[in-house]
Design a protein around this ligand. Structure first.
Ligand code: UDP
Length: 328
């Protein structure tokens, strides 16, 4: 039986990866420090004989007994609000955390995949963004702690690949949505749906003309699994190229939820990218992958998840007591 370590396993993407690898017959070792992850996302797996959970911070030394075939490093805060609250942890998990994972992968002879991001392209001046674009990132802006950690993570992963011959994979993940997103992480989809469900106005940042391209989580996970099993060590974009303005997206959420609330406008956050769309010809050619779930269907499934949350969960604006966990 193949054994996989997933860091950030209690997070949005990590928990979907746990489900997928359990379904595919792997032994899953899930690791999370629960700063932004939630046990609720994986508690349905606790009784499974091939699922283990380690409550551990990957930025500290990691010890995992036994053989490991794969390591997927998905631990990281991943929303602008989180970077502002926990900037040092964001930098640490993308530097010390990946270094620990690489050392472990080398010791075990495991193949390692890192979760990189479209944020490595910053506020892009090339559109759509191919893997060959080097990006336009402000290292000292509020997003710098995330963007630069992810860029460093790519660099150190590639260095272990070329210098130590480690088998590595780099997935550049574009905006992804689906069940188990954290309602209060500040991302646009949980923000809008949460506002609609609580009967609040929808907050558009800026004039709403900025664009994003949203990928449904099941499509992303399929792309990740295919890339993991491919022989490509270079970065590969995985995302849905169906681009939309945030203003149009708000209209879609209003239609989906039937809310009678209106849209209100707030300041655009610093360095908020004006446009984003993945160029996915590499994933198409290399992995035979492309998204299958359109936004209408994906939003329907996601809305069903948020509607199933309790009134208390819906009202919770800050479920994580960050200070409790953080050592600066
Ligand atoms: N956004 C918005 N209202 C919100 C939250 C986000 O208009 O309540 C905007 C945000 O400024 C950005 C886009 O939606 O332009 C996507 O934001 P998100 O944080 O989801 O992802 P990212 O900016 O990292 O792509």
């Amino acid at each position: 039986m193949k054994r996989v370590l997933i860091t950030g396993a209690a997070g949005f993407l990590g928990s979907h990866l746990c489900d997928r690898f359990i379904k595919d017959g792997y032994h899953v070792i899930a690791m999370d420090n629960l700063i932004t992850g939630r046990l609720k996302n994986i508690e349905h797996l606790f009784a499974h004989p091939h699922f283990e959970f380690y409550h551990h911070d990957v930025s500290k030394f990691i010890h995992v007994p036994g053989q490991l075939d794969y390591i997927l490093h998905f631990a990281s805060p991943a929303s602008p609000i989180d970077y502002l609250k926990i900037p040092i942890q964001t930098l640490k998990v993308g530097s010390l955390g990946i270094h620990n994972c690489l050392g472990l992968a080398k010791a075990k002879g495991a193949r390692l995949m890192i979760a990189s991001t479209s944020e490595v392209y910053g506020d892009p001046s090339v559109h759509p963004q191919p893997e060959s674009y080097w990006g336009n990132v402000n290292p000292v802006g509020p997003r710098g702690v995330y963007d630069e950690a992810k860029r460093f993570q790519e660099a150190i992963t590639m260095a272990y690949h070329t210098y130590h011959g480690l088998e590595t994979r780099i997935v550049r993940i574009f905006n992804t949505y689906g069940p188990r997103m954290r309602l209060n992480d500040g991302r646009v989809l949980p923000a809008f749906i949460g506002q609609a469900l609580r009967g609040e106005d929808l907050t558009i940042f800026g004039d709403g003309s900025q664009t994003r391209s949203f990928c449904y989580v099941d499509d992303l996970i399929e792309g990740i699994v295919r890339l993991l099993h491919s022989d490509c060590a270079d970065p590969v974009n995985i995302g849905n190229p169906d681009e939309i303005t945030i203003g149009q997206f708000a209209e879609e959420i209003i239609a989906l939820t039937g809310t009678s609330q209106k849209v209100i406008y707030k300041d655009l956050p610093v360095d908020d990218p004006k446009q984003r769309q993945p160029e996915i010809s590499k994933a198409r050619a290399l992995l035979g992958w492309e998204p299958q779930v359109d936004r209408k269907e994906g939003l329907k499934r996601t809305y069903a998840y948020f509607k199933s949350l309790s009134e208390e969960e819906l009202r919770q604006t800050d479920h994580n007591n960050f200070d409790q966990y953080i050592t600066k």
